[in-house]
Design a protein around this ligand. Sequence first.
Ligand code: SF4
Ligand code: SF4
Length: 445
Amino acid sequence: MPSPESKTRKAKPSAKALPPPSPWSTYHRKRKLTHLICFLVFVTLPFLNVMRFDIPKQRFYFAGYELWISEFSIIFFSLMFLMFLIAGMAMLYGRLFCSYLCPQMIFSEASLAMEAWLQKWITRRFLSWPSGRRVWLFRIAFYVLVGLASVFLAFVFISYFVEPRDLFWRLMSLDLWTAGGISGAVVTLITFLDFAFVRQRFCVTACPYGYLQGMLTDGNTLLVHYRDEGKDCIECKKCVRVCHMGIDIRDSPYQIECVHCGECIDACVEILGKVGKPGLIHYVWGEKGELLGQKAPWHRRLGLRDAKRAVVILILLFYLSGLTVALSMRKPVLVQVAPVRTTMYQVTPDGRIANHFRIRLANRSSRPAAVTLSIEGLPGAVISPSQDPRRLEPGQELQQEFDVVVTKSRAASEVNHFKVVARVTPEQSPDEFPMTFLMPVERAP
Ligand code: SF4
Ligand code: SF4
């Protein structure tokens, strides 16, 4: 809390004013640039299949891979990696995610900026109109603009879950009857209400990340902190006026509303710079820690300041390596072979011995594929029916049963080990399945 004494303090006569900070060195500009990049990423991700969860097709698109829901290991590693990434970011860097990367914050601020710009423009352009009429015009224009933006944002958002071209045609045909059309209309309405009325209130009332942040913050987490040992605050309150979350950072660095955006830092630097003093609000590593950017070993400057953080980074690396290995081992065409042991073996009418097997194929690629089976390590064995090659269209799954048949031989034993080898075209390394062939053994009388 600022002391009562500081509240009444007047500006001391200026030393030489500091040169104004370059616009690109302010957190405001850095944040707006990050917002623009995030917006472009948000809009392009689903169209390039970088990350998309297609619910109707039950596919998870990740880094250009089309993953099937059955590919548990990859989905598991991706989700665990993302979960620890969010938790680790919250522990190390506080709410920087909220202020720099979160779409809710980006669009809320854009909506506020558009509202302010539109208000000014209408006042200037229709100066001669009575103020009541101007207010009505402003309201209608603002809601129309937010409505159009909501349709676009809802379209991008739903594209994360439904194929974008399919969605586009639904939108064009004003589909309000199917499940997809109804959810599109509901998301558009929620987006409109959010960005027209709720905006940053969501961050302090409903957002789970804000509450999670409260649990993960400790004495080493990055914070925005007001420090005024020299009693230099001139009570201009610019830091309060620029705060879009409506708080006074001088009260406490632990206010749940604070999203660590740094706008108050810029404001204070600008004001106190005019009287030749440095700003009083800073990014700091914990309430008692050093300032961001202050000289320190590299790992401390990155936020790796204790064993807990090192463990989180190690867990992140573990899931990232698991994900990389799972992706590198992934084959576009899945082949699984298993024995069917309802009977141990069968004797065919022509006296040969047959063992029964099942093959499961899934073409997870976007090209047609063909699978050819062969037997290794079991002399004279044939596959019946052969059906080679088994052809699969993109996305097709196939399950078949087949026999491995051999001529009865005195040399064979009761249990014979062999391999079923599956070769896939287009090129994929062969899949080998070690199997056993059971046969009756004729013992010498
Ligand atoms: S902007 Fe700086 S000087 Fe002005 S009230 Fe805030 S902390 Fe004090
Ligand atoms: S107090 Fe400062 S850092 Fe926190 S939300 Fe307000 S302007 Fe941003």
